[in-house]
Design a protein around this ligand. Structure first.
Ligand SMILES: CC(C)(COP(=O)(O)OP(=O)(O)OC[C@H]1O[C@@H](n2cnc3c(N)ncnc32)[C@H](O)[C@@H]1OP(=O)(O)O)[C@@H](O)C(=O)NCCC(=O)NCCS
Length: 219
């Protein structure tokens, strides 16, 4: 699977063409025109040289992320993040702005399960200065392309606290369905927190793409 790793270059025109993984090896970042004709963001893997910019953005966003998510805010955690990126079951994607290459936020696909599951968990956060500008909405569409075309997953799951309206709007807008409620599901900030389970299947994503629903899309 490592051969199909980032930087992603999914430029498939037709979701039925099995070309995602092959194109991913082209070395181009994932960057696509949106339905609005504007390309704002692209995805790329984190690298050692991102340390200062990433840590400083995540530190500045700590209060904004609380109590929904945690992100690396020091050298040790950033090193652990880079180490995770080398694992076969983890895909980290930085959301970067086309205009100036600024790091805006991140998406992580974790616990990628192969065999008869072909699934992963999706986690994400935006840097506070870049929130509510539609960058993550654009980014999540690119992430789903990576998940379903490049990584060929069958299911992506996001677990979200019921009061996290921003995250629910992001997942719902990208086609995730609410599957259920999991009490005291995840320990965040030292407390077990209730979560809603949201998920999207490859076939649901393809139907959305074929219907022209995703924002990012000249598929
Ligand atoms: C969730 C998060 C990534 C969304 O980032 P963002 O920059 O606001 O995303 P966008 O601007 O692309 O907007 C995405 C959607 O969320 C909606 N939204 C954003 N903030 C919102 C808020 N405070 N309340 C309600 N909806 C909100 C937007 O209106 C948009 O909806 P639409 O697509 O239907 O128009 C961001 O709020 C965040 O990092 N939160 C803290 C960390 C976190 O919660 N991570 C997820 C844990 S499950």
């Amino acid at each position: 699977m490592r051969g199909a790793r980032l930087p992603f270059g999914a430029r498939a025109r037709n979701v039925n063409q099995p070309e995602g993984a092959a194109l991913a090896r082209s070395g181009e970042p994932v960057r696509r025109a949106t339905g609005r004709g504007v390309v704002s963001v692209y995805l790329r893997p984190p690298a050692p040289g991102d340390r200062d910019e990433f840590i400083s953005l995540m530190r500045a966003s700590r209060a904004f992320h609380r109590p929904w998510a945690t992100a690396p805010t020091d050298d040790e955690r950033f090193d652990a993040y880079l180490a995770d990126c080398r694992r076969a079951d983890f895909e980290a994607m930085l959301v970067c702005r086309v205009e100036d290459e600024a790091i805006l936020g991140f998406f992580n696909l974790s616990q990628i399960a192969r065999g008869s599951l072909q699934s992963a968990y999706l986690g994400y956060a935006v840097g506070k200065p870049y929130a509510r500008r539609g960058y993550m909405r654009e980014g999540i569409e690119l992430v789903l392309r990576v998940a379903f075309l490049t990584l060929r997953l069958h299911r992506v799951e996001a677990n979200i606290q019921p009061d996290n309206h921003a995250s629910i709007a992001l997942a719902k807008g990208a086609g995730f369905r609410r599957e259920g409620f999991s009490p005291r599901y995840l320990k965040i900030g030292g407390r077990w927190r209730d979560h809603e389970r949201w998920a999207i299947l490859a076939e649901e994503w393809r139907t959305r793409v074929e219907d022209g629903r995703p924002l990012a899309g000249d598929y």
